[in-house]
Design a protein around this ligand. Sequence first.
Ligand SMILES: [Zn+2]
Length: 194
Amino acid sequence: MRIEKVARKIWKFTDWPGLSSNVYLVDIDVPTMIDLGSKDFSGSLTRALGRIGYSPADIKKVIFTHLHFDHIGDPTLFKNAEFFASQQEIDDMSNNRIGAFFALFGTNPSALLKGIDLKPIQNSGKFTIIETPGHTRGSICIWLKEKKIMFSGDTLFSNNILGRTDLPNSAPNQYADSLKKVARFKYKILCPGH
Ligand SMILES: [Zn+2]
């Protein structure tokens, strides 16, 4: 797994883009992960964390930008963490709007999150949560003002490469507004999901 230092105390982990999302560790308030990649790569994520002196047990918060299986990883490894996603995303998962489609890949998000107490995210500590429906109805972007970093999940991959909005729980009609909302933040670094 490739480890890249994005800024002081912020790292990006990349493994098999396309099969597994980027994973970020932000150790600013408390050690916080943004997305966990695909479960198949959770062993290599654990080893990569070890290489920079962390173990999954050190992580206190995990924030999911949305609940597609390639972002959920293996949350059971993070025994001391609280888990967060948007209320909309949690509702859609409970109603199986996400699961029915992704079960086709043998990776139903509700199965991956079984036994995990997922809480609705609000602005927390130094993170500002931006609701950006489009890729999924409950997708969020996460703004870290003091570093001018935008964690954009699958909403925005670079300034001209956009996420898919043709999935069962996408919100294509709201996508343009979400992109405008993100653009108003004058980010210096974009940390996308892929
Ligand atoms: Zn996605």
